[in-house]
Each structure stands twice: as C-alpha cells, then as structure tokens.
Design a protein around this ligand. Structure first.
Ligand SMILES: Nc1ncnc2c1ncn2[C@@H]1O[C@H](COP(=O)(O)OP(=O)(O)OP(=O)(O)O)[C@@H](O)[C@H]1O
Ligand SMILES: [Mg+2]
Length: 161
C-alpha cells in the first residue's frame, strides 16, 4: 500500500501538513485519523479547513460527534464533515444518528476515533496515524484506494519550522 511518513517537529509542522493535505483533497475522500489523545488530529483538521477556505471557527466535535462545513473545491461547494467519535457509546449509535448519510461521492469526511464505529463505517481512502515521538509527532499516511493514492501523490509537504 502506498505510504508516506513525516516527522512533525512541532504544532507548526502539523498545521503545515494539514495545509498540504487541503491542496490534495477531492470530493468523496474519506480520511480516518488514528492516534492517542492529544496527538494532533484536531490540529491537523483545523489547519486543513482553514487552508481550504473556511474562515470561521473550527470547534472540536467532542460532544456533537460531528461538525459540518462547506468548502470550495475546484469552484464547487463540497460538504466537509469533521467527526470525533471518541464519546460515542457504540457503533449502533452511529447508525441511529443517521451518520451514514453524510458519506457520499461528493462529501469529504475526516474522522477522529473511527475505531468507535468501525463495523458501520465504509473503509477509508486514506489513514493517517499520529504518534508521539520525542517532542514531536510521526505522521504515517497510508492510501487504500485509488482516491487515497491520488491524494498521496498530490501531497507535497514541506516543514515550515
Ligand atoms: N507535531 C507536534 N509536536 C508537538 N506537539 C504538537 C504537534 N502537533 C500538535 N501538537 C500539540 O499537541 C496537541 C494536540 O491536540 P489536538 O487536540 O489536536 O489532539 P487530538 O489528537 O485531536 O486529541 P483528541 O483525541 O483528544 O481529540 C496540541 O496541544 C498541539 O499544540
Ligand atoms: Mg481531537
């Protein structure tokens, strides 16, 4: 499986990776973020949304489970859903909340703690694992579909720090 790994020295680097990812997005992309509490999943997503043109706040969807946004991609509005399923009790809850409808060929879904709904979720196009390493983080990106491979090919990350 195609993979890219980066060392992120500090939060600035995590944001830079999010900005690079924003330039490699396409409609229908599903990105699942893995990593312990406080490894930078929300930081990465926030930077992605800002770089994709979202001007307002980006709240962590800790209690709401999902926060919806609309971004512009190649001149077209696209739904961007940011999930954090950490507080979801069971995979059934995912179904009952109607979250399956958020996944379609047009919408972009970024999910923190996808593990919580794994039996109900479609497979990701791209999985990103964040791990604490020294004072920074290691980010491993793995593509598992053509869409994900395309995203990785278009991803050109350079550290800002
Ligand atoms: N590359 C990095 N090196 C060191 N610290 C970082 C790096 N990237 C982000 N951080 C810091 O780590 C923390 C990450 O918090 P964040 O809320 O993004 O984590 P999270 O993975 O979303 O956690 P949760 O699972 O609780 O939602 C922030 O304090 C941020 O400043
Ligand atoms: Mg988070």
């Amino acid at each position: 499986m195609p993979q890219k790994t980066y060392y992120l020295d500090d939060e600035t680097d995590t944001r830079a990776l999010g900005e690079s990812l924003a330039r490699a997005l396409s409609g229908g992309l599903r990105i699942y973020l893995h990593g312990n509490l406080g490894t930078g999943k929300t930081t990465l997503t926030r930077a992605m949304l800002k770089a994709a043109g979202h001007a307002g706040k980006v709240k962590s969807p800790t209690y709401t489970l999902v926060e919806p946004y609309v971004i512009e991609l190649n001149g077209h509005p696209v739904d961007f859903f940011h999930f954090d399923l950490y507080r979801m009790g069971s995979a059934e809850e995912f179904l009952e909340a109607g979250f399956r409808e958020y996944f379609n060929e047009n919408s972009i879904c970024i999910i923190e703690w996808a593990e919580k709904a794994d039996t109900e979720l479609p497979p990701p196009d791209l999985a990103i694992s964040l791990e604490v390493k020294g004072d920074g983080r290691t980010a491993s990106l793995t593509a598992s579909s053509d869409k994900g491979r395309h995203c990785l090919e278009n991803l050109h990350y350079t550290s800002h720090s």
